[in-house]
Design a protein. Structure first.
Length: 80
């Protein structure tokens, strides 16, 4: 026959095990989120570098064609 003390210890042990499990799950979720965050950051940096290279190449091409980079892409429509 189980006594109240034995039942209490079993309940406490179960609660500790569940808390430990939840803690491990949170840690795994956090690690996964950090990995995704770092991957997204890397992709963004790579895209920014690609766009910067394209912009610099366009500015260099416009400069070689005699067009000033400040005026490149302006249509003349705007505020007077």
């Amino acid at each position: 026959m189980a006594t109240r003390a034995t039942e209490a210890r079993a309940t406490e042990a179960k609660a500790r095990a569940e808390a430990s499990f939840k803690k491990e799950e949170r840690a795994k979720d956090g690690a996964k989120a950090m990995t995704e965050y770092q991957a997204n950051s890397r992709v963004i940096r790579e895209q920014m570098a690609r766009l910067k290279a394209l912009r610099l190449a366009k500015e260099a091409a416009d400069g070689a064609a005699g067009e000033s980079p400040e005026l490149a892409g302006k249509t003349g429509r705007g505020k007077l």
